[in-house]
Design a protein around this ligand. Sequence first.
Ligand code: ADP
Length: 460
Amino acid sequence: MTQQLIKWTFPGKWITGGFGLTLLLMVIICFVSLKNTDEIKSGANRVQQTYQTLNALTNFYGAMTAAESARRGYIFLGSSQDLQRYYHAKADMRSQLQILQKQIHSYGSQEKRLVSLNLLVNQRLSLLEQSIELYQKDKKSMLIQNNITVRSVQIREKILQVMAEIKAEEQTHLQDSLEQSKQSIYFRILIEIFTTFLILIIILGLCIILEKQWIKREQIRALEFSLAQEKKIGDLKIQLFSMISHEFRTPLSIILLSSQLLKESLETLVDEQHLKNIFRIQSSAKIMNHILTDILILTRAEAGQLDFKLQVINLENFCLNLVEDLQIFAKKANMIRFQKRGSIFKANIDEKLLYSILSNLLLNAIKYSNNETAIYLKLKSEAELITFQVIDQGIGIPLAEQHKIYEPFYRCQNVENIAGTGLGLAVVKKCVELHQGEIIVESKVGTGTTFTIMIPQENT
Ligand code: ADP
């Protein structure tokens, strides 16, 4: 039973489901986190790239201003250092333009702007080259130089215009990228809080289920332990009784025999009143004998060593003898009444066990009835079924306890101080089962009890 409970129970499914769900959630979180990390990383890259573009623009502007001032310095002062500065600045402009080419976002508008920036830079540089060459040929041609300067300034304005546009667009992208990164981070925080909370709830649920299961298992274990203890005590009781019954049987037989001899020898010498004491000895010894027989039957049946011998007997004679035997225990004369139905009274039955069955039922009927009422032993003999009924109008058996009365040592709440061992009906049940029969009880507290025994007769 316990194994079945542990195997695959309702909470078991919940636990597995819970673990599965937690695992699935963790996989999903890992996946979402990975994607989110990627987004944050690429957002950071975009921001860095935009900063580099803006930086390259600033550097380019610086190099362009430096080239212009170096050219002017060279033309006005003729210093070769200025010429060197000019070439440096020019190279710097080119390298910054290359950086821009690599860094700038590959949107159509930015690329177009870069193309026109390149064109304007080339135009301006060729103007500056012209100016330098002209100076080297003719140092006094200031008018033409002024002209070149005016045109160069015009181109510079255009360059600044394009640069401003490039910068504005890059800054817009920078804002977008920053906004996106922010949102990705918010999303990640949200998802982490949510899933941590969810996992905590699942784990809490699992803990509750596990604790409940643990408590249930402990209860089952405690129950099993107490049942085992009860069984052990029951077994010990049976062993003890079996030993005692063996030891008591011989002296008891001597008491019975001696009292019988005493009764026979005194019967003619003393009156009925004086013989009563001998009757008392006899009935007490018989009751003891009856109890010892019950114990022996029960212990042998438990050990699977009970003799079971079917023989054909005359049921009518058997019942009449039984009634006569038990009259000694009756509370008034003619208390036990025998009634029969049917015509064939031969049956295949174990006589000793049938004696135990009916004597136990009749003795109970006497014990649990008062002096006024009668007790009936009814026999119905049919070809295939023998039915015995023991009917009394005694204290009755409470309905709630009727299913327990066949357990060894069980006694109902309403027996009060009526003596008994609680073994009789256990013996009856065992003997009926050996005959493949059935026992039914119908009883009402305060009204009376009817025990019906049915024994099949295929072998008669
Ligand atoms: P006991 O020795 O106590 O009679 P039994 O095993 O014969 O033991 O019966 C078990 C219990 O069933 C009794 O203690 C009693 O409570 C109840 N019982 C049995 N027969 C009757 C009956 N005829 N009337 C009322 N109660 C009965």
